[in-house]
Design a protein around this ligand. Sequence first.
Ligand code: PRP
Ligand code: URA
Length: 211
Amino acid sequence: MRVHVADHPLITHKLTVLRDVTTPSPLFRELVDELLTLLAYEGTRGVRVRPIGIRTPVATTTGVRIADPKPLIVPILRAGLGMLGGMIKVLPTAEVGFLGMVRNEATLEPTTYAERLPADLGDRQCFVLDPMLATGGSLIAAIEFLFARGATDVTAICILAAPEGLAAVEKALSGREVTVVLGAVDERLNEHGYIVPGLGDAGDRLYGTAQ
Ligand code: PRP
Ligand code: URA
């Protein structure tokens, strides 16, 4: 498993506004969209392409096109949905599958409540979107789900991670073809399983409370 932590002043700047408790939902959504455009640039570094010949107004030359089968973007509902718009701007020919997962806030265990994905993910490059890697339970379950469907190459893009959760993901998925791209690794998890300093509940900040 490979981990890449984006190190760029624009990302740190946008993350600072995102974390701010006074940032309202419309601006929060806009910042997630902008952050994704930057993180997707790193996350798609390994996207498969095939060579093609083209003619410019001046000469013939070779370039590349995104290879088939098309990459599959998998936002983890709810909060991952906020990342989809930014990702699809960078990879407009990708297809999109959905996984709905929710973490039990008492046990911190994730459960899967929805899925709409191709039955066979063999040969598909999968790009999982989830803003928060806290204990890592949700991301591990999501990636295991994709591997059980035949996926062999998974990139996860998360905005923030806790060191404890990142270590858990690395332990669970060591030796697998997985890349995790992160906006930042924060200090720790608190006693409620929230990332510190973090940004709070990403789903609530994007969409309001689910209760
Ligand atoms: C949040 C977040 C991740 C998960 C991370 O989702 O979007 O999916 O928690 O926590 P973990 O690493 O400890 O598993 P949540 O379960 O709150 O659902 P939501 O997106 O519907 O708000
Ligand atoms: N889920 C969130 O939305 N935020 C956290 O800090 C942890 C889990």
